[in-house]
Design a protein around this ligand. Structure first.
Ligand SMILES: NC(=O)C1=CN([C@@H]2O[C@H](COP(=O)(O)OP(=O)(O)OC[C@H]3O[C@@H](n4cnc5c(N)ncnc54)[C@H](O)[C@@H]3O)[C@@H](O)[C@H]2O)C=CC1
Ligand SMILES: O=C(O)[C@H]1O[C@H](OP(=O)(O)OP(=O)(O)OC[C@H]2O[C@@H](n3ccc(=O)[nH]c3=O)[C@H](O)[C@@H]2O)[C@H](O)[C@@H](O)[C@@H]1O
Length: 434
């Protein structure tokens, strides 16, 4: 059954959620405080790169089923169910989550909801205890639910329409029934639904990201040991993956995890555990964070060694700027972190990414940017492969042999075909592999 749904905060999560809510049959009104973003979305365009999203969004904007506004009054008047999808970044100068946007949504909405029997659904990633606090800010006849989101950038549409599971943190059977009705077309695919209380729902999200970060840092720790022992972490991971208890996903060793979520979420989780007096339970996440940051330093060290001991006067090509392929998101990108470190140490860095150039230029204006991978490689002394775009895997090492000053590639993602690059006369090095 079609419902009138609003989505507040139309960034990576909210724009995807809004388009997918329209796709499953609802009338949707998206709201953002950024008028430029709203203008772009209204014209049927997506202000960031996410495969398949623009087609979906444009289709529903064209029929009028999906609209956008900057007016909270319009949202309150229109919606029966309001999804809050605003950002929860790391606090400036601290590790805790910055909840000012999450609070602002409720502060704006609460006075407008009295007498409307609305359901407000939090989707942002928040420290446990937030939902209980927000619920107390709503008028009596409005209810809160917590419904964390697990989508991955690059697969956002697919993950929203066919998630691994749905988690509903609710305080009443009525709230559960309303969420089940909104998600009915998704649930009809057999999607498991876990119904629970607020704190468990909030913790499912932060513990899922903590587990994923731990899995990546585990394999990167093995990569450190492999490097010292002359072993091969890629084959080690493959062998581990055949044990179904371990599984093969999220065991790709390399320059480590970045993005707008895993790094800030494990830090916020540690900060919240400290506030709850159980900081000790999560001290292992500090190690997860350390292992991850060490990988960035390791790539810089390997590059310096390859450049002959120092970066002065050396040209370093950096392939990749996004924190992962199929995204233009550069938040806490390992690739740009490495590029910036080398630049600060006197290297002439040339960065190329298929989609993230504009965002990279804004965040790191002092780095040099190339028009293509080949352009970045021109006269390079060392090539760093730091985001595993298909375009980079498709490069022809034989054809590029004479483009560079020295054929030396460091594969920070263990994703290039080592045999092919070596056969074409390149020195190929990867993290955790001989
Ligand atoms: N990006 C992702 O893949 C996923 C993100 N999350 C979580 O979802 C939340 C949102 O993340 P992103 O979409 O990546 O952030 P984002 O920064 O891309 O989007 C947040 C949007 O909220 C808007 N906003 C800020 N204050 C507002 C207000 N008072 N009213 C209305 N709009 C407001 C901003 O202008 C921005 O467009 C975070 O808590 C994040 O941890 C969860 C799962 C996946
Ligand atoms: O909370 C969130 O926002 C989201 O965070 C991650 O999604 P995302 O950040 O989009 O990307 P991932 O695919 O998880 O990759 C994160 C980082 O880990 C790196 N990674 C991933 C996998 C791996 O094996 N090795 C590895 O280094 C990636 O390159 C990337 O930098 C989670 O996978 C989502 O489930 C979650 O919803």
């Amino acid at each position: 059954m079609s419902a009138r749904v609003t989505v507040i905060g139309t960034g990576y999560l909210g724009a995807t959620h809004a388009a997918c809510m329209a796709e499953i049959g609802h009338e949707v009104l998206g709201l953002d405080v950024d008028p430029d973003k709203v203008a772009t979305l209204r014209s049927g365009r997506v202000p960031f790169y996410e495969p398949g999203l623009e087609e979906l969004l444009a289709k529903h904007v064209a029929t009028g089923r999906l609209r956008f506004t900057t007016s909270y009054e319009e949202v309150a008047e229109f919606g029966e169910v309001h999804f809050s999808c605003v950002g929860t970044p790391q606090s400036p100068g601290g590790n805790a989550a910055d909840l000012r946007h999450v609070d602002a949504v409720i502060e704006h909405l609460a006075p407008l909801l009295a007498g409307r029997n609305a359901l407000v659904v939090g989707k942002s990633t928040v420290p446990v205890g937030t939902a209980e606090r927000l619920a107390a800010m709503l008028p009596e006849d409005a209810e809160l639910a917590w419904n964390p989101e697990f989508l991955r950038e690059g697969f956002a549409v697919e993950d929203t329409l066919r998630p691994d599971r749905l988690v509903f943190g609710v305080r009443s059977a009525a709230a559960e029934a309303r969420l089940r009705a909104v998600y009915a077309p998704v649930i009809s695919h057999g999607t498991p639904v876990v119904v629970t209380d607020f704190p468990t729902a909030e913790l499912v999200k932060t513990s899922a990201n903590a587990f994923l970060a731990t899995k990546i840092s585990f394999i990167n720790a093995m990569a450190e040991v492999c490097e010292a022992a002359g072993a091969d972490v890629a084959l080690l991971a493959e062998a581990l993956s055949h044990d179904t208890r371990i599984g093969g996903r999220f065991l790709r060793a390399g320059v480590g995890f970045g993005g707008g979520c895993l790094p800030k979420d494990i830090r916020a989780f540690m900060a919240r555990a400290g506030e709850l007096g159980v900081g000790q339970a999560l001290t292992f996440l500090r190690e997860v964070d350390h292992i991850n940051m060490r990988r960035r330093g390791r790539v810089v060290d390997l590059a310096r060694e390859a450049a002959g001991g120092g970066f002065l006067g050396r040209r370093i090509a950096v392939l990749g700027a996004a924190f992962k392929p199929d995204s233009d998101d550069i938040r806490d990108s390992p690739a740009l972190n490495v590029a910036a470190q080398i630049h600060l140490q006197g290297g002439n860095v040339s960065v190329y990414d298929p989609k993230a150039m504009d965002n990279a230029r804004k965040a790191f204006p002092t780095l040099a940017y190339a028009a293509s991978a080949e352009d970045a490689l021109s006269e390079a002394d060392v090539v760093l492969h730091l985001t595993e775009w298909q375009e980079f895997r498709d490069l022809d090492p034989a054809a590029l042999r004479d483009t560079v000053a020295r054929p030396y590639v460091i594969d920070g993602r263990n994703a290039l075909d080592a045999g092919r690059w070596r056969a074409a006369g390149w020195t190929y090095r990867a993290l955790g592999r001989p």
